[in-house]
Design a binder for this molecule. Structure first.
Ligand code: PHE
Length: 453
């Protein structure tokens, strides 16, 4: 199948940078700055980092290419893409998996975005100017266990997300983030330099960059794989939908590689900021989801103009989060509009109502519902764990098998080489990974984690 120009009214990202910026806007977010450091910290540092980078190369980039290929070949959302490419077969059900995953992620992600909102306001008003790292720990625990404020922050974030989606100003937000994200990048670089000068910085760097191979356990592999999928927004049809908007001359392979590179660099910068500080302040790297919200404000507080930098940082992090939540909301919204013939307004309201309901439960997991656990996990942890470590990898597995084995090699070649108008050297590597490496790796890690092998 050669590359189709877009016949219907789907908007196209027409510049090369536009395609990368949109994909990176979805990929870069709390996953890099909040989730990556705490997962790395809780999973042995260097061992996790090594597995993570390996998974980005052998799973992340190939699956990203696969999603782009399916999206642009069909100009459709995930469910319709499978229906078009495999009519009458059950492959389209992968779309339901994507919708479930996107709603689960939206629910707990909004809680963390709510924390970010509160920390933005706290930095602005000076409420966050505390003294010792211990104060930051206490403040965060008090804040999240206090039920109402974090709950309100979650709901407010979701309402802002809804307003952006309803008003159709998504493009505006993406434009804004395209101009402001370089500032976030520079800020991260500056914080890195600062962290490297802290006493004990070397210990932090060794923790994250010196892998202890004996620490590579099945659990570390599972968490690193889940993080790779989560961070690249893979396995749920999000990148497929973005691929469906790419213009005919967007180079898919290059866009995938650039997106993965940018996303990984932001995660690495964030680790280089956090771990030297963790060791320097005498904190534990295995703090879990609280880690970054306790360490970052303590770092900012030590800096000249700390309040200002902190306000700017949390604002930019909010913006990065909203470009990610827009992309995950679009999965269920476009399903309701395109498959269920609903209006955009109704679809957006339903998506927001679901996210507010489950988001509230996730938020209360740190307060009144902290003792309500399923299989030992709070609602927040359960959503976080199941979506990233199970649903996304299973979705990625199905997409890999489909593109690797079912899609015609001609379609893959046409999509990756612009109908033969340029060469794409890594095509064999990508197809090999999709056919063999991804199914084997994902299958083994998943089966192993449920104790079957
Ligand atoms: N990749 C986003 C992040 O790192 C999160 C995300 C996951 C976005 C899944 C869309 C879909 O923050």
């Amino acid at each position: 199948m050669s590359i189709q120009p877009d016949k219907n009214s789907r908007a196209l990202f027409n510049s090369r940078i536009g395609a990368i910026a949109a994909a990176a806007g979805s990929a870069v977010g709390l996953g890099n700055i909040w989730r990556f450091p705490y997962e790395a910290g809780a999973n042995g540092g260097g061992a996790f980092m090594l597995c993570y980078i390996a998974f980005i190369i052998i799973l992340g980039i190939p699956v990203l290419c696969a999603e782009f290929i399916m999206g642009r070949a069909t100009r459709s959302n995930e469910m319709r893409a499978f229906r078009k490419l495999a009519p009458g077969r059950p492959w389209f059900m992968t779309g339901y998996l994507g919708i479930a995953a996107s709603l689960m992620i939206l629910s707990f992600y909004s809680v963390v975005a709510g924390w970010t909102l509160d920390y933005f306001i706290g930095s602005l008003t000076g409420r966050l100017a505390l003294d010792t790292p211990d104060d930051y720990h206490r403040t965060f625990v008090e804040f999240t266990s206090g039920n109402w404020v974090p709950l309100a922050a979650t709901v407010i974030f979701l309402l802002v997300n809804m307003t952006v989606l309803l008003r159709g100003v998504t493009k505006g937000i993406e434009k804004l983030s395209k101009t402001l994200m370089p500032i976030l990048f520079l800020l991260l670089l500056a914080f890195c330099v600062n962290s490297l000068t802290l006493p004990g910085a070397m210990e932090g760097l060794a923790f994250i960059f010196k892998p202890d191979f004996s620490m590579i356990t099945p659990r570390v592999l599972l968490n690193a794989m889940g993080q790779a999928f989560f961070s690249l927004s893979l396995g749920l049809g999000c990148m497929m939908t973005y691929g469906s908007y790419f213009s005919a001359d967007t180079r898919l392979g290059r866009t995938a590689a650039m997106t993965a590179l940018l996303d990984t660099v932001v995660a690495l910068l964030s680790a280089v900021i956090i771990f030297p500080a963790v060791f320097s302040f005498g904190m534990s790297p295995a703090e879990g989801p609280r880690l970054v919200f306790e360490v970052l404000p303590a770092i900012f507080h030590q800096l000249p103009l700390g309040g200002l930098l902190s306000t700017l940082f949390f604002f930019l992090l909010l913006l990065a989060s909203i470009t990610s939540t827009i992309s995950m909301s679009e999965i269920s919204i476009s399903y309701m509009i395109e498959e269920k013939r609903m209006s955009r307004r109704k679809a957006t309201l339903i998506c927001t109502a679901i996210a507010i309901t489950f988001g509230s439960l996730c938020s209360l997991s740190f307060g009144s519902l902290s003792h309500f656990t399923i299989a030992g996990l709070t609602v927040f942890d359960l959503f976080n764990y199941v979506s990233s470590n199970v649903l996304l990898p299973v979705g990625g597995l199905l997409i890999s098998v489909f593109v690797g084995w079912k899609l015609s090699p001609d379609t893959i070649r046409a999509q990756l080489t612009g109908d033969g108008s340029y060469r794409f050297r890594a095509i064999r590597f990508i197809v090999f990974c999709l056919r063999w490496v991804a199914p084997a790796c994902i299958g083994l890690v998943l089966l192993n984690s449920i104790g079957l092998i």
